[in-house]
Design a protein around this ligand. Structure first.
Ligand code: SAM
Ligand code: SF4
Length: 327
């Protein structure tokens, strides 16, 4: 599938808006409602959309949420997804808290080789302050068990917030000396009304300077085909990679090759633009495969060439929060 001069081969699927965590940068600070059960796309509906998207050129899928592993029936669904022939790459973004050894083994036996974990701190008290849950040990166990069982690469997504975990930039980076992990510092994006304030956002340049003043020059690493928008570097002699995802300081829209399917069954061409195209209702109302393919293609015609966020934070309409879209 083509959008402008970009080939779109990557579908990011949010299977739920529910989450067992309450990360302060992700969920709204004010009371919010979850999507009614019957409005959430059913697994068989997601699989139909995936098969049609694959017939249009999608070869990569990432499962996200909310927290994908809170949704009932996720393992049988993942098994069916892994059986979709055209899919060359299936990965999952998770907070890791529910991933026991047995579950990681089940993922590996289906053919899932890559996992992204969110990990913002190595300190249990701060972990609770950021996520609202005292679960650092479970998450870290899941990361190490995945490593031990051969999941590779393991990517750790970290959002640095000033006054909360900015004193851990060096300690988190140092994990790459010991483990072959990819640490990815993601710039905080203002999504809806989170509890994070503008002054708490730390942009990549500042993080990079801090890392270089402690560990020496960060050497650029060539991107490979499975890489998303992260700019990748390595500390001299390190096993792992340090990456920066810079939606705010330097947008990467020109290279963005993804389409999102939200848990509400809408297609969203850009995370940071509120335009969404309904596909679930036409599907439930009996649309044919060709009609659904047309809906997918027409959503892509609305893929913007750049988004409306800048270093000075929100421009234009507020953006829905991440759990409802799928980060
Ligand atoms: N629950 C899973 C997890 O935490 O990995 C998957 C969904 S979560 C929405 C996906 C990613 O979005 C996480 O790595 C999280 O750090 C990131 N994220 C959430 N809200 C964000 C925000 N406002 N700015 C930047 N990244 C954010
Ligand atoms: Fe849940 Fe992930 Fe959002 Fe944290 S970042 S609240 S774990 S969806």
């Amino acid at each position: 599938m083509i959008a402008g001069n970009r080939t779109i081969n990557y579908l990011r699927i949010s299977v739920t808006d529910r989450c067992n965590f309450r990360c302060r940068y992700c969920v709204p600070s004010t009371p919010f409602t979850v999507i009614e059960h019957e409005k959430i796309a059913r697994y068989e509906e997601i699989l139909r959309i995936v098969r049609l998207a694959c017939s249009l050129g999608i070869t990569k899928v990432r499962i996200t949420g909310g927290e994908p592993f809170v949704r009932k029936g996720i393992f049988p669904f993942l098994k069916e997804l892994c059986a979709v022939e055209q899919l060359k790459d299936i990965s999952i973004t998770t907070n890791g808290s529910l991933l026991t050894r047995e579950k990681i083994e089940a993922l590996i036996s289906m053919g899932i080789k890559r996992l992204n974990f969110s990990l913002d701190t190595l300190d249990p008290a701060k972990f609770e302050q950021i996520t609202g849950r005292n679960r650092l040990q479970q998450v870290w166990d899941a990361v190490l068990t995945s490593h031990e069982l051969g999941i590779s690469p393991i990517k750790l997504n970290t959002v640095i917030l000033r006054g909360i975990n900015d004193d851990e930039i060096e300690a988190i980076t140092a994990l790459t000396l010991k483990y072959p992990f990819h640490i990815r510092f993601i710039e905080y994006m203002p999504m809806g009304d989170s509890a994070v304030e503008k002054q708490q956002q730390v942009l990549s340049e500042e993080i990079k300077e801090r890392i270089e003043s402690r560990f020496g020059t960060l050497n650029p690493v060539k991107k490979d085909t499975n890489d998303g928008p992260a700019k990748k570097f390595r500390i001299e002699g390190a096993r792992g990679i340090v990456g920066f995802i810079t939606p705010i300081s330097s947008h990467f829209c020109a290279e963005c090759n993804r389409l999102r399917l939200t848990s509400r069954g809408t297609l969203r061409p850009c995370l940071l633009n509120n335009y969404e195209k309904d596909i679930i209702n036409p599907l439930r109302n009996g649309a044919s495969d060709d009609e659904l393919k047309d809906i997918i293609l027409s959503a892509l015609t609305r893929k913007p060439s750049f988004h409306g966020l800048s270093g000075s934070l929100v421009k234009g309409a507020p953006i829905s929060h991440m759990t409802s879209i799928g980060g």
